[in-house]
Design a protein around this ligand. Structure first.
Ligand code: GLN
Length: 485
C-alpha cells in the first residue's frame, strides 16, 4: 500500500496483521512526511525519529514472535503538555526549557502498553491557553488547508498533523474546546471524554476541574480505539472514575434508529457564520435521514458560559502555574535573592496570554472579589450543568456547531483577546458540565476551510456520541478529503 501516512489507525492495523507492511515501514513513511511538511505546518515541536524507528523495529520482532496488542506498531503524536518519560515537555513555553519528563503520564503508559509508537510532540498554545496556536514559544502552526489561516487551538499542532498527513492520530487536551475546535478548523475527528473518564496523571494541569485528555483522529472508529485503551480508573488520579469502559467499537451500529437528538436553540445564535449554520443544519437533516428523531431543546444559561469559564479557568490556572518559579522545573533566571529570582524567571519566560490569565485568575480569587466573581461563577456553573441534566432526560445526544466560524486568518484576533474568547461559546459548556463532546467534519466553507459538527452527550455517554458521529461519518465523505500539501 502506498501513502501509508494517509491511512487510519484501523486500516494500518489490518495491514500490519496481514503482514502487508511492517511497523518500520509505517513509521518511516510517516517520519518522511513529518519532515517534508515541517516548514509548511510547524505542527511538531520535536520529532523523535530515532526512538520511533527503534520502537517500530522492536514491534516487528515482537509481532513475528506472536505478540498482540490493540495498537501494536501504530504511531501516535503527543501534545507537548503530556509527560512521556525522558522526553522534553515544554507545554510550548520558554519557562519549561530544559525540562525532561521523569515518568510517563498514565494515558501514555496505557498506549505504550498496547504497543503504540511515539513519533513526536505536537505544537500548542502555551500551557494550552488559546484558540489559534499563536501563543506558542515555537511559533504558530499553519492550517493544512490554507497556510494563511490558523489551525485552531490549543491542540492545533495535533489537529494540523492529523489532517495534514503528518500524524495518523494524536493526543490533545480539552479544557474549554482545545480538542474539538482545532479538529473542526482542520477537518479531523476530536473527542473530549467526560470529566473523570481518562486519568490526567502526568498531564500538566491548566484548569484541573475542566481538563481532559482525548484522541484526535481521522475516523470515529480510531477515536474509539484510543479511548478504549486510555479510559478507566487510575489510582494516581483521584478524579478518574471507576466506571465501566464499554467496548466502544461495538456500539457503532452505522445508523441512528431509535435515537433522539436534541437541537439546542441557544446554540444557533447571532454571530454564527451563515455557512457554518447551513452546514450544521444539513448535517442535522442527514442524521434525521439515518433514523434519528430530532427535538428542539433549551440550554438557557448558555449566554453566561464564556464569563463563567474565563473566571474558573483563570482562577485554577493561577494556582496551577504557581509551581513554575525557576526552582523545580525547567529554566531559571538569575536574581539577587529567591523572590527576585522567581519574579525574573516568570517575567522573562511566560508569554503575554499566560500572564494575562494568571493576573485575571489572581484577581478573581483575591479577597473582596472572590464572592463577586469566583463564587458566583461556581453557582452559574451548577446552573449550566443542570441545563444539560434536564435536556439529557429528553434526548440521547445533542447536535450543535463546534465554533461560530471557520478558522481565522493568522493575526486576525491576536490583538483582541475578548473576541477570541467569544469563539469558545459552544465548547466551554461541556467542560463546565463535565459531559463528553465529539467534533466530526461536516463540510467546507466557500473559502475551502473545514466546518465541524459537535455531538454532545451525557457524562460517561461516549458510546452514544461515538455512535452518532460514526453513523454520520459513514453517510458522508467529508472525513476522506485531504488537503493538497
Ligand atoms: N480556547 C480556550 C482557552 O483559551 C480553551 C483552551 C483549552 O481547551 N485548553 O482557554
Amino acid at each position: 500500500m502506498s501513502d501509508l501516512f494517509q491511512a487510519s489507525l484501523s486500516e494500518l492495523m489490518r495491514q500490519l496483521d496481514r503482514r502487508a507492511c511492517s511497523a518500520e515501514e509505517v513509521v518511516s513513511d510517516l517520519l518522511a512526511r513529518m519532515e517534508s511538511s515541517r516548514d509548511r505546518l510547524n505542527a511538531y515541536v520535536s520529532i523523535d525519529a530515532e526512538n520511533a524507528l527503534q520502537q517500530a523495529r522492536a514491534v516487528d520482532t515482537a509481532r513475528a514472535a506472536g505478540k498482540q496488542g490493540a495498537l501494536l506498531g501504530l504511531p501516535i503524536a503527543v501534545k507537548d503538555v503530556l509527560n512521556v518519560k525522558d522526553q522534553p515537555c515544554h507545554c510550548a513555553s520558554r519557562i519549561l526549557e530544559g525540562y525532561r519528563a521523569p515518568y510517563d503520564a498514565t494515558a501514555i503508559a496505557r498506549l505504550r502498553e498496547a504497543g503504540a509508537v511515539f513519533v513526536g510532540r505536537t505544537n500548542m498554545d502555551e500551557f494550552a491557553m488559546g484558540s489559534t496556536n499563536e501563543n506558542s514559544a515555537f511559533g504558530p502552526v499553519r492550517n493544512p488547508w490554507n497556510a494563511d489561516y490558523v489551525p485552531g487551538g490549543s491542540s492545533g499542532g495535533s489537529a494540523a498533523a492529523v489532517a495534514g498527513g503528518a500524524a495518523i492520530a494524536a493526543l490533545g487536551t480539552d479544557t474549554g474546546g482545545s480538542i474539538r475546535q482545532p479538529a473542526s478548523f482542520c477537518g479531523c475527528v476530536g473527542l473530549k471524554p467526560s470529566y473523570g473518564r481518562v486519568s490526567r496523571y502526568g498531564l500538566t494541569a491548566f484548569a484541573s476541574s475542566l481538563d481532559q485528555i482525548g484522541p484526535m483522529t481521522r475516523t470515529v472508529e480510531d477515536a474509539c480505539l484510543l479511548l478504549g485503551v486510555m479510559a478507566g480508573r487510575d489510582p494516581m488520579d483521584a478524579t478518574s472514575m471507576d466506571a465501566d469502559v464499554p467496548d466502544y467499537a461495538a456500539t457503532l451500529t452505522g445508523d441512528l434508529k431509535g435515537m433522539r437528538l436534541g437541537l439546542p436553540k441557544d446554540y444557533f445564535s447571532d454571530g454564527m457564520d451563515s455557512e457554518v449554520e447551513q452546514a450544521v443544519r444539513i448535517a442535522v437533516d442527514r442524521c434525521a435521514g439515518l433514523g434519528a428523531e430530532i427535538v428542539e431543546v433549551a440550554l438557557p444559561h448558555t449566554e453566561y458560559a464564556i464569563a463563567t469559564y474565563y473566571i474558573i479557568a483563570t482562577a485554577e490556572a493561577s494556582a496551577n502555574l504557581a509551581r513554575f518559579d525557576g526552582v523545580r522545573y525547567g529554566a531559571r533566571e538569575q536574581g539577587a535573592d529567591p523572590l527576585d529570582m522567581y519574579g525574573k524567571t516568570r517575567a522573562a519566560r511566560f508569554g503575554p496570554e499566560v500572564k494575562r490569565r494568571i493576573l485575571l485568575g489572581t484577581y478573581v480569587l483575591s479577597s473582596g472579589y472572590y464572592d463577586a466573581y469566583y463564587l458566583r461563577a461556581q453557582k452559574v456553573r451548577t446552573l449550566i450543568r443542570r441545563d444539560f441534566e434536564s435536556v439529557f432526560k429528553q434526548c440521547d445526544a445533542l447536535l450543535t456547531p463546534v465554533a461560530p466560524t471557520t478558522a481565522y486568518r493568522l493575526g486576525e484576533k491576536t490583538n483582541d483577546p475578548i473576541r477570541m474568547y467569544l469563539g469558545d461559546i459552544y465548547t466551554v459548556t461541556a467542560n463546565l458540565a463535565g459531559i463528553c463532546g465529539l467534533s466530526v467534519p461536516c463540510g467546507f466553507s466557500e473559502a475551502g476551510l473545514p466546518i465541524g459538527l459537535q455531538v454532545l452527550g451525557p457524562a460517561f455517554g461516549e458510546d452514544a456520541i461515538l455512535r452518532v458521529g460514526h453513523a454520520y461519518e459513514q453517510a458522508t465523505d467529508w472525513h476522506q478529503r485531504r488537503p493538497a500539501l
